[in-house]
Design a protein around this ligand. Structure first.
Ligand SMILES: [Zn+2]
Length: 587
């Protein structure tokens, strides 16, 4: 126990120092951020940092450690049945490839995060860390393998060359090429390649086993969340793809941790606990793969996986706009995760409109839907994808998105990232120009808003948060949906002192605001009116310019309508969002 405490203290000190170095926000913000961590995370972080330090002091030590193990692994491991078949089933990884990119890849041009680069070596200059994660993660190898299966001999040859060249240049090390997340991606991709193209088995077999042996000792317990789930799924798949004492140990260990993590990470209503619709889909895709593999092996974890997948599919079916895609809450963008339709399969059960644990609620009317974020910003121990967006919402009319989240431009710490994570980039109330939750650096959050769902029923949502308790304000928002009329948003601010309260409506770039008589009109590019915003409680409306990134690397200018009330509390104000020709309900 004393040893564990010692390591926890060392780990905490190191982690605090690392955090403090990361940004100049100072120790105060660092301590606020770190106090939310679980002790297991701190210990795992200390081990990770210690290993990286050791690897730098004694180059080659990680490689020698793995190399020493390989003879025993190779001598005792046999190939099991393939995990994946051809042609792929509708929910298999190989059914989600991007055939349009194959010719580019064969010409050395890779596109990730909407950014294309000619790749002459494995570390192209100017590429972001996330872009390099994709390149080294080899998911593009599945695109090539599918093309090869469809008869493109050049794709099979390029794939073989790519794998050989990567292996030649990347012995096990502490570089990002061997980041556990990247290793997991590559391991899953190469397992798929192995099954689709058996002629490549001899090239990838030993590397796959080496990857699994590495991953077995590098599970990201410090990060947890979707990273750890990906590590565990990759290790489970490797364990199911082979027989022998090592694969048995891999799948047993992965299954044991999966049982725990699924308990923690898949909430009662089926939402993933990071509360990011995009990561919900990415996790679901991984769990689907784990379910097939473990089901075939009749592992007990397959029962837990089937339950998690079924519940997550229900959320994936429901938490979408009428255009079939996700809302952009909490670091979500379009085009990075598989589309919900590719992950849910056929179902006749209706998806719930209210997700009380995850904290999302849909308020539909005949013409459209409002999707509100009424849950915690994210899990305490993993706020990486948290935005300061409590009680924000997105709204669609038909397939047209009308009010939008600011989205995500990239994951690099910058003024733009902080701005897009901040409260002013969301359709909620900002007090005195501050953020509800203290987002900082690229993935950090200090003080967080606690959100309470007060009442949720079809057509009505009431929720409150205490993110502004530090300035003496509590925010309650009530949203009502009225068939044939639209929606009413009502904000109540109670507490002490005088404050500036700004409620914002961020418009999709395809639309614009026009000023009307006592209202603001939302118009399309042919000046057709889609919606009227009629203020309640005398706020002062003003048009602001804002930004919107619905895809990585693509920033657009948008119009934002700001409704401001200033003065002593309590303040009550809001607006009607009226369908064309509709009037508010009396009273
Ligand atoms: Zn956001």
């Amino acid at each position: 126990m004393h040893v564990a405490r010692f390591w926890a203290n060392i780990g905490q000190a190191r982690f605090l120092a690392e955090l403090a170095l990361e940004r100049s926000e100072g120790l105060g913000m660092t301590v606020k951020t770190a106090r939310y961590l679980r002790p297991e995370q701190v210990v795992a972080r200390a081990a990770f940092v210690a290993e990286r330090k050791l690897a730098r002091l004694r180059p080659g030590i990680l490689e020698r450690h793995i190399v020493r193990k390989m003879p025993a692994i190779l001598a005792t491991t046999r190939d099991a049945e393939p995990l994946w078949r051809w042609p792929p089933g509708p929910l298999d990884p190989a059914s989600r490839t991007r055939p349009g990119l194959v010719d580019d890849i064969l010409n050395g041009q890779f596109t990730f995060l909407n950014s294309s680069r000619q790749v002459e070596n494995w570390w192209p200059e100017g590429a972001s860390r996330l872009w390099l994660f994709h390149l080294h993660g080899f998911s593009w190898a599945i695109d090539l393998a599918v093309a090869a299966r469809r008869g493109r001999a050049d794709a099979a040859a390029a794939l073989q060359r790519g794998v050989d060249d990567w292996l030649k240049h990347h012995p096990v090390s502490d570089s990002d090429a061997w980041h556990p997340y990247v290793v997991s991606e590559r391991l899953m991709a190469w397992l798929t390649v192995r099954d689709l193209l058996p002629e490549l088995n001899s090239a990838v077999r030993e590397p796959i086993l080496e990857h699994a042996a590495f991953l077995d000792h590098h599970l990201e317990h410090d990060v947890a969340g979707n990273h750890l789930l990906k590590n565990l799924v990759a290790l489970l798949l490797a364990g199911c793809a082979y027989d022998g004492p090592y694969p048995t140990a891999w799948r047993t260990r992965a299954a044991r941790h999966l049982e725990t993590e699924l308990q923690r990470q898949v909430l009662r209503d089926g939402g993933h606990y990071e509360r990011s619709p995009m990561y919900h889909l990415l996790v679901l895709a991984d769990l689907l793969a784990a379910l097939w593999a473990s089901g075939r092996r009749e592992l007990p974890v397959s029962v837990t996986l089937a339950d998690a997948v079924r519940r997550m599919q229900s959320v994936a079916r429901g938490l979408v706009h009428p255009d079939g895609e996700i809302p952009l809450f909490n670091d979500s963008v379009l085009g990075e995760a598989p589309s919900p339709a590719k992950l849910i399969g056929p179902s006749t059960t209706s998806a719930p409109d209210i997700l009380p644990s995850t904290g999302y609620a849909k308020l539909p009317v005949a013409e459209g839907v409002l999707i509100a974020d009424c849950g915690p910003p994210g899990p305490d121990d993993l706020p990486a994808h948290v935005h300061a967006d409590a009680l924000s919402f997105e709204l669609s009319l038909g397939e047209e998105r009308v009010f939008v989240d600011g989205g995500v431009f990239d994951y690099v710490a910058s003024a733009l990232r902080t701005r897009l994570r901040g409260t002013a980039a969301h359709n909620t109330v900002q007090i005195d120009g501050r953020d509800q939750s203290e987002v900082w650096s690229a993935f950090r959050v200090g003080q967080r808003a606690r959100v309470r769902l007060v009442h949720a029923a079809p057509g009505t949502l009431v929720a409150e948060h205490d993110g502004y308790a530090r300035v003496g304000v509590r925010h309650e928002r009530r949203i009502d949906a009225f068939a044939d009329r639209g929606w009413r948003i009502l904000d109540t601010l109670v507490g002490t002192g005088e404050h500036i309260a700004d409620a914002r409506l961020r418009l999709h770039p395809a639309l614009q605001f026009r000023v009307g008589v006592g209202e603001w009109l939302v118009c399309d590019d042919e000046d057709r009116v889609l919606l009227a915003v009629r203020p309640i409680g005398g706020p002062d409306p003003e048009l602001e310019s804002g930004v919107y990134a619905e895809r990585f690397g693509q920033l657009q200018d948008v119009e934002v309508l700001r409704l401001r009330r200033t003065g002593p509390l309590p303040l009550v104000f809001g607006c009607w969002l009226l369908l064309p020709g509709a009037e508010p309900t009396p009273g």
